[in-house]
Design a protein around this ligand. Structure first.
Ligand SMILES: Cc1cc2nc3c(=O)[nH]c(=O)nc-3n(C[C@H](O)[C@H](O)[C@H](O)COP(=O)(O)OP(=O)(O)OC[C@H]3O[C@@H](n4cnc5c(N)ncnc54)[C@H](O)[C@@H]3O)c2cc1C
Length: 256
């Protein structure tokens, strides 16, 4: 884990409160693995950091894509080229692509789409043939699809049918599930739960990236605790930290 004061090298506004920043972060970029996140100080004199997933890594730069939610992300959205940001990372436990076979499918829903890009690129670099299934609310929320299409087969769906297939990512997954050897996913918890059920039915390994409100980002506080099943089939639950044990978990471990 490194802390870097990073120059913003590019800022992109997609509309609907969605932004992308490219950060010059040579030390973090050198260590970043797919599914990991960075923790960014969002505000002057503000010690609170905000977790944002790594969307892509190119050379010494990191790309992050985020939705403005509150004060922190609003501040971040106002950073532009020549501003700096204080970044800690890479943090957390990312996707284990070796466990997902030769034909993994990367599923993203809404703001869960960005981390699947670097994941898909990594899968391809590992000689796998990855497919993406990306779901958005409507056509105005659609982002990054051309980047995914450059890497492999990409299915796009929208809840209202205004772009791509009309329906949810789970409809597309169900249709094509026999083609895949493993699943990884990031998005709303209900979507992840439905994907985990389909994976279990099909007997496929499945890893999910969970999002919880986060405090310290390094496992020192309990803000992002999540319930997990005990290992070896024992009854009861244990608690994991999304920031340290996750954000990626085996779907079979999660108490849905
Ligand atoms: C591991 C991880 C990776 C993430 N990656 C991304 C990403 O790539 N892009 C992105 O846009 N966002 C991502 N998030 C969510 C992002 O961290 C929050 O939206 C951000 O912290 C909100 O900060 P804020 O100061 O703008 O809003 P706040 O004022 O802190 O909160 C505004 C509203 O957002 C809600 N909120 C805050 N954090 C979360 C959360 N984690 N989950 C659900 N609701 C929340 C609050 O309850 C409140 O209603 C990620 C979160 C985690 C835990």
């Amino acid at each position: 884990m490194k802390q870097e004061i990073c120059m913003v090298t590019n800022r992109q506004e997609y509309g609907n409160g969605l932004f992308a920043l490219t950060l010059h972060a040579p030390n973090i970029a050198a260590e970043a693995k797919c599914g990991q996140f960075v923790h960014i100080t969002c505000g002057e004199g503000n010690l609170l950091r905000r977790p944002i997933s790594i969307c892509d890594v190119e050379g010494e730069t990191l790309k992050i894509v985020f939705q403005v939610k509150g004060e922190g992300t609003k501040w971040l959205s106002r950073r532009s080229a020549k501003h700096t940001v204080d970044v800690l990372g890479p943090l957390g436990h990312g996707f284990d692509l070796n466990a997902l076979g030769e034909r993994p499918v990367m599923i993203g829903g809404g703001i869960g789409v960005p981390p699947m890009l670097y994941t898909m690129k990594n899968a391809k670099a590992n000689s796998a043939s990855p497919t993406a299934i990306l779901g958005f609310r409507n056509k105005d929320a659609v982002i990054l699809t051309e980047d995914f299409e450059k890497v492999g087969d990409t299915h796009i769906c929208t809840d209202d049918g205004s772009f791509g297939t009309h329906g949810f990512v789970t409809n597309v997954l169900e249709q094509h599930i026999s083609k895949f050897t493993g699943i990884c996913a990031c998005g709303p918890k209900l979507m992840l739960k439905a994907i985990a059920q389909l994976a279990e039915k099909a007997g496929l390994p499945c890893q999910v990236s969970m999002e919880e409100r986060m405090g310290c980002g390094i496992g020192a506080c309990l803000v992002c605790a999540c319930e997990l099943k005990l290992r070896d089939g024992e009854q009861g639950v244990r608690y994991g930290h999304v920031c340290k044990d996750g954000p990626v978990f085996d779907a079979k471990e999660v108490v849905w």
